[in-house]
Write a protein that binds this ligand. Structure first.
Ligand SMILES: [Zn+2]
Length: 228
């Protein structure tokens, strides 16, 4: 028999672009990681504290301002820079995003951990696996914890991330969707934005309903020509 999980998992919708921030922790040690801390750092820290957790790590799905913080269209969006003023934590970001890290004004290099696909981090007794899923950006990554996949802007409910932005690659998105399709049908997809009528779905259901997973299953050419 499997030991009962001590997983703490919270999905928080935040900001004007329907972003999701996630808190993932271990109920035994009361430590939590935050994924894509942006928009309202005090609210995120307060949400963790209200549940009795301390944020000890910051994981970043990709470098875009609505997930990481920074200036966008003349407006400053709070992000990991403001988080690190409040809590002592390292920032985990894929090494292929390194050229964009200049955006992290005020964050010292020693606070940034550049990771690769297959790397893991632990929070309490929980292991979080990093999956490199380029396509939306070169260093987009997803996080797998138990049977939950936090997918950033790679895979949405019934959609996938944009591949027409600087650093995007439709070819890479095709490969990344292939990678995610290998995960078990029971895996629960938690996207980076609340763009659908439901905030999460199983990967099995998405393999049936998500047009982009359908197209990627049909092969590279079909996928690429449908995106054009
Ligand atoms: Zn994005």
């Amino acid at each position: 028999m499997m030991a009962e999980s001590s997983l703490y998992f919270k999905q928080i919708e935040i900001g004007p672009m329907q972003n999701f921030t996630y808190l993932i922790g271990d109920t035994a040690t009361r430590e939590a990681v935050v994924i894509d801390a942006a928009w309202d750092i005090p609210a995120i820290i307060q949400a963790a504290e209200q549940d009795g957790f301390t944020v000890t790590q910051a994981l970043v799905t990709h470098y875009h301002q609505d997930h990481l913080g920074g200036d966008l269209f003349g407006t400053h969006i709070q992000g990991v820079a403001e988080l690190l003023e409040q809590v002592k934590a390292k920032v985990y970001i894929h090494k292929a995003e390194s050229e964009f890290l200049g955006r992290l004004v005020g964050v010292s290099d020693s606070d940034i951990v550049q990771v690769a696909g297959g790397d893991t981090t632990t929070v309490g007794a929980m292991t979080i696996k990093f999956i490199h899923t380029p396509g939306h950006t070169p260093g987009s990554q997803c996080f797998l914890i138990e049977n939950r996949l936090v997918a950033g802007d790679t895979l949405f409910i019934n959609s996938c991330g944009r591949v027409d932005l600087p650093g995007s690659s439709p070819e890479d998105m095709y490969s990344s969707l292939q990678t995610l399709s290998q995960l078990a049908d029971e895996t629960v997809l938690y996207p980076g934005h609340n763009y659908a009528s439901q905030p999460w779905d199983t990967l099995g259901a998405q393999k049936r309903h998500n047009m982009y997973l359908h197209l990627s299953a049909r092969g590279r050419q079909e996928f690429l020509s449908a995106l054009r």
